[in-house]
Design a protein around this ligand. Sequence first.
Ligand code: ATP
Ligand code: MG
Length: 338
Amino acid sequence: MPRIFSGIQPSGELHIGNLLGAVQNWVELQSRYECFFCVVDLHALTGAGYEAAQLAKRTRDMALSLLAAGIDPSRCTLFVQSHVPDHSVLMWLLNAVTPLGELERMTQFKDKSQHLESIPAGLLNYPILMASDILLYRADLVPVGEDQVQHLELTREIARRWNAAFSTGPTPILPEPQPMLTVAKRIMGLDGDAKMSKSKGNTIAITETPEEIWQKLRPAKTDPARKTRKDPGNPEVCNIFDLHRYFSPPETQAEVAVKCRGALWGCLDCKRVLADNMTAALAPIRERALDLAAHPEQVDTVLGDGAMTARRHAGETMRLVQDAMGLLPVPREVRREA
Ligand code: ATP
Ligand code: MG
C-alpha cells in the first residue's frame, strides 16, 4: 500500500478551511493508503503566532480536533513531530546536501522574512525540516495544496542529491515523494480579505458552538454592493454564498442566489440559513470533540501509540541513512538503554 505523509501546524484552532481543504481528504485517504499524519509542532516554532505558553495546549487540541474530524488511529498513525526526535536529527543530516540558494528562493521564505528586522535561521531552514518529515517515513505521496508545491519540489531535490551522494544500492534509500495535488478548495476568511488561516483570527473553528458560529457569521463580509437591504447582490462575489456551496444543499444554494440577486432578503437572513446548516454539518464533529475533551487521556494514548509506531519507522530509515553517511554506529549498550 503506498505511503502518505502529511502534517499540520498547531498554530491555532482547526477551522472549516482546514477541514474542507485538507482534513476531509485525509479522512478519505486513510482507507486507501498507509497514512502518517503529524501535528508539526517544531514547524510552529518559526511561526509569527508562536507562544511557548500556548504550544502544548494547541498541539493537544489540534490532535483532538483531527480525531473529532474523523482521523481514525486504527487506520493511520497520528503523532506529534517533537515526540519523534529523528525529525530533527535527519534535518541536520540533510542540511549537508541542501543548497542555500534554493532555500533563499522559496516564496514562503521571501514572504515571511520580508518584514522582519532579524530573520531566524529556522525560517530559512523550514523546508529542510519538511523534507526530513517526509523522507523519514519514505513516503510515496504527499497531499499538498498549491502553496506547498515548491517546498515538495525542494524535498525531491534534496532526496536526489542525498541519494546521489550516499545511496549506493540498486534502489535509492530515500525515495522521491510525489505530490498528490488536492482539488483546490480555498476558503476565504470571514474578513473577506484573505484566505482563512489559523494564525489570522478570521476563522470558524470546527468545534465552535452554534451561538459562536452565529456571532462570527453575523459581522462577516458580504458583497460590498449590498449596502442596504434593498440593494441587489451578486452571490458570485460573496464569501457567504461561497460557504453555502459547502454547507447548504443545492436547492438552498439556488434559493439563496435568487433572493440575493433580487434583494428579496437581507444578508442577515442569508447568514442565518448558513449558520443553521453549518451548525448541523459540524454537530457530529463537535460532539466527538466534547467527548474527547472530557477524556483527554484518550488523546494522549493515541499520541503515545502514534509516536511509538512513528519512531519505529523513523528508526529504520535513520539506521540506513547514518550507515550510508559513515557515522559510527551507536554502541550496543547505549542502544539497549534507549
Ligand atoms: P497558518 O495560519 O498557521 O498558516 P493555516 O490555517 O493556513 O494556518 P496550515 O497549517 O498552513 O493552515 O495548512 C493546513 C492544511 O489546511 C493545508 O493542507 C492547507 O492547504 C489547508 N488550508 C489552510 N487554509 C485553508 C483554506 N483557507 N482553504 C482551504 N484549505 C486550507
Ligand atoms: Mg498556512
